[in-house]
Design a binder for this molecule. Sequence first.
Ligand SMILES: Cc1cc2nc3c(=O)[nH]c(=O)nc-3n(C[C@H](O)[C@H](O)[C@H](O)COP(=O)(O)OP(=O)(O)OC[C@H]3O[C@@H](n4cnc5c(N)ncnc54)[C@H](O)[C@@H]3O)c2cc1C
Length: 429
Amino acid sequence: MTWRNWSGLATADPAKVLAPATPEQVAEAVRDAARSGLRVRMHGTGHSFTDVAVTDGVHLQPHRLSGVVAVDRRAMTVTALAGTTLHELNARLEALGLALHNMGDVDPQTLAGAVSTGTHGTGGVTASLSGQLEALQLVTADGELRTVDRDHDPELFHAARVGLGAVGVITALTFRVEPAFHLHAVEQPMAWEELLERHSTLVEGHHHVDAYWFPHTDRCLVKTNDRTLEPPAPLSRRRAWVEDELLSNTAFGAVDRFTTRFPRTVPTVNRLTARGWGAREYVDLSHRVFVASRRVVFREMEYSLPREQGMAVLREARRLIERQGWKVAWPVEIRATPPDEAWLSSTYGRDSVYLAFHVGQGVDHRPYFTGVERLLREHDGRPHWGKLHTRTAADLAPAYPRWADFAAVRDRADPERLFANDYVERVLG
Ligand SMILES: Cc1cc2nc3c(=O)[nH]c(=O)nc-3n(C[C@H](O)[C@H](O)[C@H](O)COP(=O)(O)OP(=O)(O)OC[C@H]3O[C@@H](n4cnc5c(N)ncnc54)[C@H](O)[C@@H]3O)c2cc1C
């Protein structure tokens, strides 16, 4: 049966589909694939927009390889199998009185899938999930199960943490965790000029800052999340349902269908929608604050930029949108992250601003995304591996200081390119 990703942009018709339940079964599947001359790859929940998770060989399903397998309260680490979803991990951590340090804005992804493409949140000491890893267990192309960390084969560890599935099949991941904590969330509308002027002060003054700008308007929404010892004071269930489900999903879905059909209405509709952005404030457990519900399907390109260039590039992107006359109905998201140490992380070695560009699922994203991508490239931008982009290995290599080291580890872990697919060949060579 054909496999499809969340956005519907990537499909796979693999020669064989297997659902291993243990690391040993993964190792056996890898050895079998090598013997039969088939390529092999595990997918996650298909939340990558690119065809990064696709294979024509053996597709390994993640759902049986799931669950928390070890909790070490002295070391403050938790180990889970690769197919565990972030949602499942958060629920288990909550029951244990523990939490991840930081995460992105949704939780259906598998741990291995999210880590492998460099999935990140905003702010904090580490924003990416790969940055919170202490160890990885994976199967390399020789069919061997290996556990790697900073002391045991650190090169393989740094490569596989954001490895695009190209150096092995991850079977288990050990995350650094901390005692459960509350976040005080404040959401407030802000004018475009004020956001650009205050962005670095906001980032310095808050634990997590996430901002959205609605194209064709001067309106932005800024969300700050700060650690607090206050008890939980969540939004009422009714308000959360009206604002986060009804308005952000059901009504926004209808607006998206309308503007897709009548693109000339986008500027007027955006002005009306952005006026509806109001202020609100609440306190809750960290993962409940980080995670939002995203039911309207979209397409996305996201790039990291050196922090100091972020706002200037955003200003140029706005000028470009206005000059080109693109009708952009979805907000641009702005996040800021500290440097990462995983070699292929898009924030490797630098403080970054992430700019994310979206369109609805019925819109041809190419003119807008490729136009903005040219600008992002000129400013030393690096693409999110799970989101749409047109880069190739030749032009990506100079953007990553540890590119050659990654290539050397890949040659050692997978000399025959058992784990390759078309996407990986395009971006890694
Ligand atoms: C609605 C939505 C919201 C999102 N929000 C964010 C966000 O806030 N921040 C952000 O950074 N990204 C975000 N993303 C992107 C998403 O987190 C990444 O694309 C992520 O990789 C998806 O995880 P997945 O489980 O769906 O993996 P898939 O997309 O299925 O696979 C991703 C990659 O991981 C590989 N892989 C999966 N399992 C294994 C394994 N066991 N061993 C080795 N390789 C493996 C796959 O082969 C593939 O290369 C979002 C995407 C969507 C659709």
